[in-house]
Write a protein that binds this ligand. Structure first.
Ligand code: CP
Ligand code: NVA
Length: 330
């Protein structure tokens, strides 16, 4: 049966089949080639999208905006709206649904993204919530696919660090769907939510994938991709001290990359990353805790194994694919 994603929201990826995810990855690859070839697009011509950000962003905002412009669509970045302050979420969603063909939402509660979809009547794309970051996971798997000769089902992705965060959750889901081996390498206190794990273990059983959780860095063995993210996600700043204590032994260093035993293993990070002292937060952490790098060493970040900037670019192509599939002229 041909894949049909018209009108679909992307809230968690849980409701997408492997076939639908692979369709989006193929479309992302085609759209990347099209852009590289300088072919102008009009797949979103006449479409209007609105972006709502409760949390800060560089890549996600810019990816939605440039993706929309590349394909002839129009975009509004909505700041200072009445939503939730002088107007209920429901009423705002109903209004936005009259103006726009799609809504991107980045914020705290997953329920906000779900309610926007429920009340607006147009597709809603989750640009990151406390629980999930599904557009990121698409770009991550696209990047892995570009850097391996193996089928994805034979690949292993090891996530090292805060394995209960939004990025880890979405990677767990996409790997389980596509039949990869996903290993969370994390301290016991930062293991993924057991409910999500048991749901995805069942998904992985059907796809031929596998989920492992270990506190030992040996868990990266045989990985095709070693992935990490910040130790403290947006909105969790009060946890800084505790996270540094829990995660300082989980930094991805060259030694960790070598533990994979796979010289072709790539390093991935959703970014932004703390790999040097060129950020305000990085400097504060150095002054307080004496760490000059956090989740990844500068050496690994800048190494040939690191594909983080390809991964960042792929946010554009995958987000474009998600919008084109849901509201575009395919
Ligand atoms: N990876 C990611 O979502 O980046 P931004 O926070 O810059 O959007
Ligand atoms: N886990 C991070 C991802 C940033 C793209 C956060 O939520 O801050």
């Amino acid at each position: 049966m041909p894949v049909q994603l018209k009108g679909r929201s992307l809230l968690t990826l849980k409701d997408f089949t492997a076939q639908e995810i692979l369709f989006l990855l193929d479309l992302s690859r085609d759209l990347k080639r099209k852009k590289r070839a300088g072919i102008p697009g009009d797949l979103l011509r006449g479409k209007n999208i609105v972006l709502i950000f409760e949390k800060t962003s560089t890549r996600t905002r810019c990816a939605f905006e440039t993706a929309c412009w590349d394909e002839g669509g129009n975009v509004t970045f909505l700041s200072n709206s009445q939503m939730g302050k002088k107007e209920s979420l429901e009423d705002t969603a109903r209004v936005l649904g009259r103006f726009y063909d799609g809504i991107e939402f980045r914020g705290f509660e997953q329920k906000t993204a779900e309610d926007l979809a429920r009340f607006s009547g147009v597709p809603v794309w989750n640009g990151l919530t406390d629980l999930y970051h599904p557009t990121q996971a698409l770009a991550d798997l696209m990047t892995l696919r570009e850097n391996t000769v193996k089928p994805l089902q034979e690949c292993k992705l090891a996530f090292v660090g805060d394995a209960r965060n939004n990025v880890a959750n979405s990677l767990l889901i996409i790997c389980a769907k596509l039949g990869l081996r996903f290993t969370a390498v994390c301290p016991d206190q930062l293991r993924p939510d057991p409910k999500l794990v048991s749901e995805m273990v069942e998904t992985a059983r059907l796809s031929g994938g596998r989920i492992d959780i270990t506190s030992s860095l040996e868990g990266v063995r045989d990985a095709d991709a070693v992935y990490t993210d910040v130790w403290v996600s947006m909105g969790e700043e009060a946890q800084f001290e505790n996270r540094i204590r829990l995660l300082r032994d989980y930094a991805v260093t060259q030694e960790v990359m070598e533990k994979t035993g796979n010289p072709r293993a790539i390093f991935l990070h959703c970014l932004p990353a703390f790999h040097d002292l060129n950020t305000e937060v990085g400097k504060q952490v150095y002054e307080k805790y004496g760490l000059s790098e956090m989740e990844v060493s500068d050496e690994v970040f800048r190494s040939p194994q690191s594909k983080v900037f390809d991964q960042a670019e792929n946010r554009l192509h995958t987000i474009k694919a998600v919008m084109v599939a849901a509201i575009g002229r395919l």
